[in-house]
Design a protein around this ligand. Sequence first.
Ligand code: 5GP
Ligand code: ZN
Length: 112
Amino acid sequence: MSESTDCLFCKIIKGEIPSAKVYEDETTYAFKDINPKAKVHVLVVPRRHYANVAELAKDDPAELAHIVEVAQSIADKEFHGAYRLVFNTGLDAGQTVFHVHAHVLTGETLDE
Ligand code: 5GP
Ligand code: ZN
């Protein structure tokens, strides 16, 4: 599915809901998390709608690799290339938005 009308992040990507953009290109959008868990907390999402990282990996592995590249470039700029990359997958793992998103946590030394 390329788009979901009820999806919060599809609305953010389309500009229907405001967000603090960090990066964008043809396939990918990155914006600040509204409730940051680190000094720099960015969400990186594919423009196309996939529910979770497993769906993305199966249907478009190149886009998943690109999301990792974008995460790396954010961390290169913010914190000498060090970062934590998290994909919460499933309700019981804390996923609340079912449009795949990489949490990029960086900008400071992180607790283990
Ligand atoms: P999840 O819990 O699904 O892994 O992550 C969802 C993330 O989206 C949370 O960290 C939450 O703070 C963030 N979030 C939820 N609603 C909004 C919003 O309207 N704008 C932004 N920028 N982030 C949001
Ligand atoms: Zn979506």
